[in-house]
Design a protein around this ligand. Sequence first.
Ligand code: SF4
Length: 366
Amino acid sequence: MQRNNIINEYCVSSHLKDYFSKEIVTWFSKNKRKLPWRTRISQDNFSYLVFVSEFMLQQTQVKTVIPYFERFVDKWPSLKTLARANHNEILVFWQGLGYYSRGRNLLKSAKIIVSDYNGKIPVKEDELKKLPGVGDYTAAAIRSIAFNKKAIAIDGNVKRVIARFFGLEGAIEKNLRTIYKFAEAICPNSNNRNYTQGVMELGATICKPKKPDCLQCVISKHCIAYNSHKTLSIPLPKKRLKKKKLKCVTYLAIKDNKSVLLIQRKDKNILKDQWELPSTEWNKEETYEINLNSPIKNTKWKKSEISFSHSFTHIDLFNSIYLSKLSGNSSKLKKTSKSRWINLQNLSSYPLTTMSKKTLEMHNLI
Ligand code: SF4
């Protein structure tokens, strides 16, 4: 009861609001990491750089994003140049970054901004949220970081900082409404660019999930989790779901030592439109019907000595590879097969799934 009173008081206290934002903004100005989109704030294309970085950062860590970001803005330095790119180029570029729908949505959004907004990224929340791939969080992040508007951008780091600062016991998911309420109540009316990035940065570098560095934290004086010695139990860690263990067989067919058989994924999942080596369905048991599932008529397949496991978010997939080396005359595809022979020299223009790329690399084909 006493804690709730404190929280209610905190929620309405302008003193606490000033304290929180002032400490965070001051700390951020001295301690921010030099991220490539941050350091180019004086450039004319700054809002575009923030726009690209926010798409890339969805579900991906900063250190993974940085080299991709640098190469992306070298290749497409403005929204207008990006809008002229084609779908395949973006997918090829996005290889290794994962979650390809972000690349597709980034391109679609760039085209819409050029055609409907005269090439200028919209500032209004409702207009931003109409763009493909821009939800509540991304719209708020773009509005505050690119345009310095008051907008409540709440990522995983911000949720953790707010939950600890206000002493919200239990799992983050159970406290989401309260977290949003407090985040809104404590958000300042000015300097939102630095404030938004400051809270995120504090969560990423000081108020870390496992070992928060409270002695270095500028808001520890009023942090409830710290002052009640509950930083390790707030928030309660998520229960990890056990990953499914599945198996598949991949067919690695090489024709005349210069082409491999690939197929383009047409289903609507996250790997849509990428190219891969033909494979069986993913099952609990490895199929022994190698010839039945083979994409090529009357071919002998030999099990490769190389096999590996590939980890997806919810699945660990064990991949057995079967090899076949053919000559032009003996390489008739089955009628039902939608595969195509692709010259090894042209592979770099095809967006390959990570698993197929790994298979080709392990067999020294790329
Ligand atoms: S004092 Fe500790 S728990 Fe509280 S916000 Fe700072 S780092 Fe996080």
